[in-house]
Design a protein around this ligand. Structure first.
Ligand code: 3HC
Ligand code: NAI
Length: 707
């Protein structure tokens, strides 16, 4: 035993404390220390019961996820895992698990091997393994249904969301909630059960139901998993393992669980999801910004522009408890903005996401105004007026005049040059891009755009603020479209070319949906409004290179007034429930336009659709890395998963390219280059990595530099 595990005494009660900050992950050394402490307490006749508690801010957040990569890469042999330890705990003197913070994954499995569980009111308990592409691997799928019943266990194991201590009490996962000092409460509880026969979870079968009652539960869980966690293997494996608990004795159920766990652990999906887990934390680390840099407090904010984005951004601040001024240019626009906010909140209440009380409190935090009064008091402003350099610089000039020195001045621009916007102020170090995604109150991604003069304090503050706002902040460089939209442009371009070459819009969308994208590119266009891209294309037409192919169909559709869902028609027709219906008229029009433009019509395979659209992302992603616009390939992956509906179980476009094999991706890009011309010129970084036999993952943890 070492510093990780402390064994102390309170008279006849032994206390085992885990000290493995920050989250007491159950590393092999921690497990070994607990085993030794249990043995020591067992051998000591004066010990009548044991309390196991987490030191610091939490109980145990699960097995050490870093260990999984060591096992799958063969660096560490696949050992017996936690199971033998848990059996030893269950067969020992009464053990009371004292839970605060989180009992997740292996942490909850350990807790369930104890004879009793007491919890602080703020504790959370869950089996989140499916989110990492695995399933509980230490009998969680076998003990949980024995404690909470089959339906709840299925939900927790297959969906991975935690439950509160109160719910855990109601379902029988926790025996008592402790007010006040958790350790003192747990020790008192342990005194009450010391010397009495201790109930073993694995021997309880009363909540396992009957075949007749369980069969529809499993069928419904499978249907839900196929729908809500589309393409993912781990939820279905978790359901299978819970089903085994209801049909087999405990030991055999554990064997089924073990096989399924291993199958998932060694899968590409699990490797991808673990990459995403660490990636989401990695993106917060900016190499040239020290951890100890001063963070500017953001206790009050203002948003300029109460349109689609501004309204959503105001909600984001309010939801985080930050009072926010919401300014627009005229009363009707402000009224429209507020009405949308109210409508959005009302629908959240209807769907059970928020309570009416929560919404009432949030609405009070949003103060609508028509002027810049009180802007001198705010710590941060986010500008979300029309996309255009003139309105942006006009607003930033005003902000420079009215805001206090040191306040952060952020723009939500999706394409414009942050340096040019900053030049309208006398303090470019305070100017930064905060690119929210639509709907801003829902989408998790926040691209934080660093201009050439943006100060490190402003960057660090926005990165930290993104967490407080419930967003994943990713720092990106300043270029047209930044990372996400710059890549997306290439993806959409290919989808339009494919339509022009003879693939019908719903066929293109279906291929990418089946690949795993949340929505196909054409349906996405209809949702966002086709006129948005049309306007941008017109603005940048002078930058188009003569002789280089441009899609024609997007503009033609807009010329007919088909802007997507907002006009009831775009690539699809829409019924009153906004359901997309393929439109033969559009298909015919597109065919005619393409023929008129001399584009040969052919049968396109769904494989070609996926390769052209996804590899267009990868090729541009490689350029973005080369230019240092993204710090690491993982930053691109996190952007695509959180902002563009890329399936997390494929790890993001750059990770996906690695799994396909960069050589294969490169060869296809070379084929497309020969076939379609200069738009497909392979990115030098991609070529370089292939020549060196390397992957994006290998250049992932540092800014990419091409030799
Ligand atoms: N293993 C290894 N490291 C972990 C970890 C784990 N289980 N959980 C968190 N960490 C690390 C994070 O990577 C981060 O490291 P960093 O500071 O170097 O970036 C640090 O701990 C703090 O984590 P967060 O920044 O995420 O802290 P939060 O307070 O925001 O969140 C949390 C805490 C909710 C526990 C979140 O970290 C989390 O969801 N962790 C994963 C929980 C999980 O999936 N558990 C199941 C593991 S698999 C398992 O148990 C298999 C078993 O069935 C056999
Ligand atoms: P919008 O047209 O819905 O709203 C703009 C609002 O700004 C209007 O209410 C307008 O009255 C107001 N406004 C204009 N000038 C003003 C001024 N000087 N002072 C105060 N208010 C003023 O536009 P939307 O879609 O919300 O876009 C805003 C910004 O967000 C743009 O830069 C856009 O590129 C960006 N963006 C838009 C996304 C989208 O999906 N709509 C996604 C991400 C970024």
């Amino acid at each position: 035993m070492d510093d990780l595990i402390r064994l102390t005494r309170d008279h006849e009660i032994a206390i085992i404390t885990i000290n493995n900050p920050p989250v007491n992950a159950l590393s092999p050394a921690v497990a070994q220390g607990i085993a030794q402490a249990i043995e020591q307490a067992g051998n000591d006749e004066s010990v009548k019961a044991v309390v196991l508690i987490g030191g610091g801010r939490t109980f145990i957040a699960g097995a050490d996820i870093k260990e999984f990569g060591k096992i799958t890469s063969g660096r560490v042999p696949r050992g017996p895992g936690l199971l033998p330890l848990l059996l030893r705990i269950e067969d020992s003197k009464p053990v009371v698990m004292a839970i605060h913070g989180m009992a997740f994954g292996g942490g909850l499995e350990l807790a369930m091997a104890g004879h009793y569980r007491v919890a602080a009111a703020n504790a959370q308990l869950g089996q989140p393994e499916v989110k990492l592409g695995i399933i509980p691997g230490a009998a969680g799928t076998q003990r949980l249904p024995r404690l909470v019943g089959v339906a709840k266990a299925l939900e927790m194991c297959a969906e991975g969301n935690p439950i509160s201590a109160q719910q855990a009490l109601e379902f029988g996962l926790v025996d008592r909630l402790i007010d006040g000092d958790l350790l003192a409460g747990a020790v008192a509880f342990a005194r009450g059960v010391a010397g009495k026969p201790a109930p073993k979870t694995r021997e309880r079968n009363d909540k396992l139901g009957t075949l007749e009652r369980n069969t529809p539960l499993f069928a419904a869980a499978r249907d839900k998993a196929r729908l809500k966690q589309r393409g993912m293997r781990s939820p279905l494996a978790a359901i299978e393992a819970v089903e085994a608990a209801t049909k087999l004795p405990f030991e055999q159920g554990c064997e089924v669980e073990g096989k399924l766990f291993d199958e998932c652990l060694f899968s590409d999906q699990s490797k991808a999801l673990i990459h995403v887990f660490f990636g989401e934390r990695e993106v917060a680390k900016i190499p040239d910004i020290p951890k100890e840099i001063a963070i500017l407090p953001v206790n009050t904010a203002a948003v300029v522009g109460a349109g689609t984005m501004g309204g959503g951004i105001a909600m984001v601040f309010a939801n985080a408890g930050i009072p926010v001024l919401l300014k627009d240019a005229d009363q009707p626009a402000l009224d429209r903005g507020l009405a949308t906010i109210q409508k959005n909140y009302a629908s959240s209440v209807k769907r059970g996401r928020f309570t009416q009380q929560f919404v009432d409190e949030r609405l009070k935090l949003i103060r609508p105004i028509l002027n810049y009064d009180n802007f001198s008091d705010v710590d941060m402003v986010v500008e979300a007026v029309f996309e255009g350099m003139a309105p942006k610089t006009q607003v930033f000039g005003e902000l420079d005049r009215v805001c206090r020195k040191g306040a952060i001045l952020a723009s939500n621009t999706s394409t414009l040059n942050i340096d040019e916007i900053a030049s309208a102020t006398s303090r470019p170090e305070s100017v930064i891009g905060t690119h929210f995604f639509s709907p801003a109150n829902v989408m998790r991604l926040l691209e934080i755009v660093r201009g050439k003069s943006t100060g490190k304090e402003a960057i660090a503050t926005c990165m930290q603020l993104s967490r407080k706002l419930g967003k994943v902040g990713v720092l990106v460089g300043n270029c047209r479209g930044f990372v996400g939209n710059r890549m997306f442009h290439h993806y959409v371009r290919e989808s339009l070319f494919l339509v022009e070459e003879g693939a019908e819009p719903d066929y293109v969308d279906r291929a990418l949906y089946d690949f795993g994208m949340a929505l196909g590119p054409l349906a996405t266009g209809d949702l966002a409004g086709l006129d948005v891209g049309w306007r941008i294309r017109k603005e940048y037409r002078h930058l188009e290179k003569p002789g280089v192919r441009q899609p024609i169909v997007g503009d033609r559709l807009c010329e007919l007034g088909r802007f997507g869902q907002k006009t009831g028609a775009g690539w699809y027709k829409y019924d009153e429930n906004r359901r997309a219906i393929p439109d033969p008229e559009v298909n015919e029009l597109v065919r005619q336009w393409a023929i008129e433009a001399g584009i040969p019509q052919r049968k396109v395979s769904s494989q070609e659709i996926v390769e052209r659209c996804i590899y267009a992302l990868v090729n541009e992603g490689a350029r973005i890395l080369e230019e240092g616009i993204a710090l690491r390939a993982v930053d691109i992956d996190i952007i695509y998963i959180n902002g563009y509906g890329f399936p997390a179980h494929l790890g993001g476009p750059m990770w996906y390219a690695d799994t396909v094999g960069l050589k294969n991706v490169y060869q296809r890009i070379c084929d497309f280059h020969r076939q379609f011309g200069e738009l497909w010129e392979p990115a030098p970084l991609l070529k370089h990595l292939v020549e060196e036999g390397k992957t994006f993952a290998e250049v992932m943890r540092q800014p990419a530099v091409v030799a």
